[in-house]
Structures are given as C-alpha cells and as structure tokens.
Ligand binder design. Structure first.
Ligand code: SF4
Ligand code: FES
Length: 262
C-alpha cells in the first residue's frame, strides 16, 4: 500500500437476473486511492474483472453528483454507506480504513426486485409519481420569480421536500420496506406551493392509493428512512401526507353523503 491508498476486501452480491438465485462473491481491491469515489473504486475493480474475462459488477449510476437518484446500494448493511446525507456516488474512499471488509448488497425490498447484481427495479416509485405527483394545469412559460408570492417558510419546506431524488434508500433502510418518506416528500413538495393547491386532494388520494397497491410495507414511524436519506428529508413529510390524505378522504366521503350516497 502506498500513501493515500487502501487495500480492501469486497464481498459483492452477484445475481445474473431476477429469475436466478444470487450469492456473495469476494474481490480484492488493491491500491485504492482515497480520493476516489466509491463508484470510481468499483470502476477500477470492474476494469480488472473485464481484463480477466469476467462479468463486471452491475450497479446503477448517471450524474455521479448526488442529484439524479440512480445510484444506491447497501454497504455493510447501511443504505448509501456510512456517511450521513451522502449518496454512494458522492461517498469518498477516505472514509474507509485500510484492510476493511465491505459487504455490498442491492436494496432489499419485495417492491424492488433485483435485476442484476446491485441493480434493482424501482419502477414502483415511478408509478406512485405517475399516479399524481405533478401539476396538470397549463403553466405557460416560466413566470417572473416574484409573480406568485410564496411565504418563505412554505418555500423552504417545499424546497426541502423537492430535494428527494427518488433513490429508494428510505425503502431499503426501513424494516417494513415502506415508501412513506418518498411519497410524503412528493406530496409535500407540491402541497406547499400555490400552484399545487388545485390538485392537492386528488394528488394525496391517488398517490397513497398507488403506494398501497405496490408491494411496500406500512410505515410504523421507526425513522430509519430519515437516517438513511441522502437528502435528509425529514419525517414531517409523512405526517403531512397522512394529514392531506385524511382530509381528502373525509371530504370525499362528505361529498358522497351530501349527494345521497352512504
Ligand atoms: S426520501 Fe430520501 S431516501 Fe427516499 S427516495 Fe427520496 S431521497 Fe431517496
Ligand atoms: S449517480 Fe446520480 S445521484 Fe448518484
């Protein structure tokens, strides 16, 4: 080992496809620069595997800047690894010790079937957003910044919720594999803004309905999601989702009653 480098032992989940059983395989990563990101370290391991005529380790990535939400897997049982508020693409090797053994596994949740190695299918999150996580009115071209005044506190909370990148770490960290933090963030983001009010009730009803149709568990307020979230989305968004959903459900029932229904 030279200065600023590490030798690591990796135990990586290898699974060719969702229909075939997977297993852990051991790899030695030698002379890893402490300046590398975790994904750059895997790139080097993969180059070596390719040179040996072996299959490279499949993992997802795109921006490598912590903004797209593509990357993510478990490192020693922790979603996105040991550094709080950090995606695995932004995690640097200087946070690890020489000689460490690292266990890399895909997100474990029934709703996220493994596609290959560390890559899972997160289509369930897309379907929740497609159910109502948008504003459908015509908004025209971008208005002047101050044309629609938004109170500072509301704008801050909307921005905090909008930071969700849809990575799925909250689901992977939750013992129930619940997607309440993700769905709460998407509902809160638009629910805090004037442009999101017209469809606020419908959005909460549709997104929560889709959340329940997918194979996620129920939220029991454990809080692992907040601890694992690389964007440190607070659990308040779950309370807000529940409030919006309850209010919308009661209003819908009230309207049904007034119209002569049960
Ligand atoms: S709430 Fe956080 S952990 Fe969950 S998908 Fe969004 S960014 Fe990822
Ligand atoms: S690759 Fe885009 S957030 Fe990690």
């Amino acid at each position: 080992m030279t200065a600023g480098t590490l030798n690591l032992t990796l135990h990586v989940w290898r699974q060719p496809n969702s229909a075939t059983a997977g297993r852990m395989e051991r790899y030695e990563a030698r002379n890893v620069s402490t300046d590398m990101s975790f994904l750059e370290m895997l790139d080097v391991v993969n180059e070596q595997l390719i040179a040996e005529g072996k299959q490279p380790i499949a993992f997802e990535h795109d921006c490598r800047e912590g903004i797209c939400g593509s990357c993510g897997f478990m490192i020693n049982g922790v979603a996105h690894g040991p550094q709080r508020g950090t995606t695995v693409c932004q995690l640097h090797m200087r946070h690890f010790k020489d000689g460490e053994e690292l266990y890399l596994e895909p997100w474990r949740a029934t709703a996220f079937p493994v596609l290959k190695d560390l890559v899972v299918d997160r289509g369930a999150l897309d379907r929740i957003v497609a159910a109502g996580g948008y504003v459908s009115v015509r908004t025209g071209s971008a208005p002047d910044g101050n044309a629609i005044p938004v109170p500072k506190e509301e704008a801050d909370q909307a921005m905090d919720a909008a930071a969700c990148i849809g990575c799925g770490a909250c689901v992977a960290a939750c013992p129930n594999a619940a997607a309440a933090l993700f769905t709460g963030a998407k509902i809160s983001h638009l629910g805090h803004l004037p442009q999101g009010q017209a469809e606020r009730d419908r959005r909460a009803l549709r997104m929560v309905r889709q959340l329940r149709l997918e194979e996620f568990g129920s939220c029991t307020n454990i809080g692992e999601c907040e601890a694992a979230c690389p964007k440190t989305i607070p659990m308040e968004v779950i309370a807000r989702m529940n409030r919006d959903h309850l209010r919308a459900s009661l209003e819908t029932r009230g309207e049904r009653k007034a119209a002569g229904g049960e």
